[in-house]
Design a protein around this ligand. Structure first.
Ligand SMILES: NC(=O)c1ccc[n+]([C@@H]2O[C@H](COP(=O)([O-])OP(=O)(O)OC[C@H]3O[C@@H](n4cnc5c(N)ncnc54)[C@H](O)[C@@H]3O)[C@@H](O)[C@H]2O)c1
Length: 298
């Protein structure tokens, strides 16, 4: 997508973190922004801040896990601005208790994570892409997946499995739009650690998806360092700048850190060599990301 000025962006999960930063970045580039979030107050705060800096913006409450609400978001965006050029399917959640094994995770965690992280993306594509194609303008779709969608380990599996699905769906979207020769680009954003409120995702869990006994506590080893890990991570504004550049350059893969490259490579090489893989723990992977950042800052 070459021209952003006066065009229209829709960003889900834009009340906080990476979504709010993308809303600000695309607003600063001259776009009108539909700021969507399941937390209406947070979406309104982002939209108000944009409006205060002269950007045309509005807030819409949407739970992306609900197909009808995402259709209603598309209806609202098209009713207000007549077109959508940039869709950022960004909303996401991480159920707490990342250390638990696949057989220990309650159904509610699978349902919540899959509903938001995977089906939220599918709902966004189904509600917007046919309308974007019919509009005939150039456009772009961004998926916020995760580096967790490209690698494997024992931990954080309800989240990571949904992000693997998001990667697969986004690759199919990219391939399908190319087959159609549509003027719509696609970017698959796979961040490493970013300084946002993702560690506090439980704030958005619907009460109906709370397992018996409540949300799991984190392992003490992770809980002790989580605050510091996220505080010292890459800023969401840095990530939003990388996304803006990828949209302008029609770039598909955006990995915000190279600290996980070895894990991506190890998985692919094990598959191709037909040998058993070596998977590092999530904890060891994120510590490696942190160490690498500290070294590059020195
Ligand atoms: N922060 C990281 O380290 C990191 C790393 C890789 C990927 N990601 C991904 O980045 C995306 C944005 O997360 P973030 O890090 O900015 O976290 P964040 O918690 O700061 O922001 C997420 C936003 O999504 C909203 N949200 C939650 N459930 C929703 C739902 N059902 N419908 C609509 N909105 C919903 C929240 O209210 C919040 O405003 C997520 O998809 C996340 O998985 C984050």
């Amino acid at each position: 997508m070459k021209r952003l000025q006066d065009r229209v962006a829709v960003v889900t999960g834009a009340g906080s973190g990476i979504g709010a930063a993308m809303a600000r970045r695309f607003g600063a580039a001259g776009m009108k922004v539909v700021v969507s979030d399941v937390d209406l107050q947070a979406a309104q705060a982002t939209a108000d801040a944009l409006a205060a800096s002269g950007v045309e913006a509005c807030a819409v409450r949407t739970d992306v896990a609900d197909a009808a609400q995402v259709e209603a978001l598309a209806d609202a965006a098209y009713a207000r601005y007549g077109a959508v050029h940039l869709l950022c399917n960004n909303a996401g959640v991480v159920p707490s208790g990342r250390h638990r094994h696949v057989w220990e995770i309650p159904l509610e965690d699978w349902q919540w994570s899959h509903g938001v992280n995977a089906m939220g993306l599918v709902h966004g594509i189904r509600a917007f892409v046919p309308r974007m194609l019919a509009g005939g303008d150039e456009g772009h779709v961004v998926t916020t997946a995760s580096i967790a969608g490209l690698i494997s380990s024992a931990g954080s599996v309800a989240y990571s499995a949904a992000k693997h699905e998001a990667v697969r769906v986004t690759e199919a979207l990219y391939a399908g739009l190319l087959e159609r020769q549509a003027p719509i680009g696609v970017t698959l954003l796979c961040p490493g650690l970013v300084n946002t409120r993702i560690y506090e995702s439980e704030r958005n869990r619907p009460p109906g998806l709370l397992p018996d006994g409540g949300a799991a506590a984190e392992a003490p080893e992770l809980a002790a360092v989580a605050g510091e890990l996220y505080r010292t991570a890459v800023s969401p504004d840095d990530v939003a700048q990388q996304v803006l550049q990828a949209v302008l350059d029609s770039r598909f893969y955006v990995l915000t850190s190279d600290a996980f490259d070895h894990a991506v490579r190890e998985r692919c090489e094990a598959v191709l060599a037909r040998r058993n893989p070596h998977f590092e723990s999530v904890f060891s992977l994120v510590r490696r990301d942190q160490r690498q950042r500290e070294e590059s800052e020195r």
